[in-house]
Design a protein around this ligand. Structure first.
Ligand code: DAH
Length: 353
């Protein structure tokens, strides 16, 4: 085929492009026609030897041929790119019917929900909510709360000690109850109103709950080395057991959303209260009907403890209580093993989402 004929050149180029199996080979073929020493360039060079009157028509022919070759090149490039994409898609075939991976919806732990509920109910009764340290001094955990030096609760069998003393040389422990928060909160309160007290004027009353984690050397189906308590304290000029009964009964009614229960104050002993009582409740209907359930310890705050608050027990009197929200959550949700609460098993926890 005479390559001096533009039409032949176009036909040859088109055939070669069409036959190029890969983009690389296509680019090689392109060089042979459109490159610096390719067929088109050769044709253009040959123009020089033509007489002037032929140059114009011949030149136009060559340019047309060049445009057609370029068009053929583009068409093949696109065809190859498309084929490659097609092959790629086939190779990485997606199963669009496969369910996607979902991000699991989280939720609050049943204990957190219970704490939030307790806080909201007490807040509605005018109680402040306070949190305090889980590493406490021996003084706050025991001494300030009127525990004698040799009280068994101080023993290492019951309390986790930290092998450290604070700046004043007091041993530290993981607080075994939230009761030290009575002392911390009340002392801050007394300090704030020291001026009023000094002038014998009325100090605003204290109404606070303190929820949080507590620790004891204890572990079985009903005891966990870490559990939760909510401390309550109401100190005023004339706050009595009657107020405790009203507040606590109101709380139980709100918490369990029923008035169908009885409350019983059972005489007991705590070093920091006098008199002291366990608070039991019994539902009158439902699966737990008729069973007395112990829900809190309570009592009138002992005068020595009021003194440790930095307040004068002649003018400040009131009650305290301590309850177990884990236990309340178990009662509310019908959970029978405390350990489920702290195992972190999603099969259990996801039921509370
Ligand atoms: N701190 C006690 C305990 O851990 C519970 C308690 C009882 C708290 C009586 C109180 C109270 O405030 O008045 O067993």
């Amino acid at each position: 085929m005479a390559m001096t004929d533009p039409d032949n050149l176009v036909a040859a180029a088109s055939a070669e492009f069409e036959a190029a199996p890969t983009p690389a080979e296509l680019e090689n073929a392109k060089a042979r026609y459109l490159g610096r020493s390719g067929g088109v360039t050769e044709l253009l060079k040959s123009l020089a030897s033509l007489p002037a009157e032929q140059k114009k028509t011949r030149g136009a022919e060559i340019n047309q041929a060049k445009a057609r070759i370029e068009a053929a090149l583009h068409a093949r490039r696109e065809a190859l790119a498309e084929a490659e994409l097609e092959a790629q898609l086939k190779a990485q075939a997606l199963d669009v019917s496969l369910p996607g991976r979902q991000r699991g919806a989280g939720g609050l732990h049943p204990v957190s929900r219970t704490l939030e509920r307790i806080e909201a109910i007490f807040a509605s009764m005018g109680f402040d909510v306070a949190e305090g340290p889980e590493i406490e001094t021996d003084w706050m955990s025991f001494t300030a709360l009127n525990n004698p030096e040799n009280h068994p609760a101080r023993s290492m069998q019951d309390t986790f000690y930290v092998d450290l003393k604070d700046a004043e040389g007091r041993w530290l422990n993981l607080r075994p109850h939230t009761s030290p928060m009575q002392v911390r909160y009340a002392r801050a309160h007394a300090a704030k109103y020291a001026g009023l007290q000094a002038r014998g004027e009325r100090v605003p009353e204290i109404r606070v709950i303190a929820p949080g984690r507590v620790y004891r050397v204890d572990s079985d189906a009903t005891h966990s080395p870490m559990f939760h308590q909510v401390e309550g304290l109401w100190i005023g000029e004339n706050v009595s057991f009657k107020d405790l009964k009203v507040v606590f009964t109101g709380f139980v009614r709100e918490f369990f959303e029923t008035a169908d229960f009885d409350v019983r104050f059972r005489p007991s002993f705590f070093p920091f209260t006098e008199p002291s009582a366990e608070i039991d409740i019994a539902f009158r209907s439902g699966p737990l009907a008729g069973k007395w359930l112990e829900v809190a310890g309570s009592g009138q705050v002992h005068p020595s403890v009021v003194r440790n608050f930095g307040l004068d027990p002649e003018h400040h009197i009131g009650f305290a209580f301590g309850m177990g929200p884990d236990r309340l959550a178990m009662l509310r949700y019908g959970i029978d093993d405390l350990r489920l609460m702290f195992d972190g098993d999603l099969r259990f926890l996801s039921q509370f989402r």
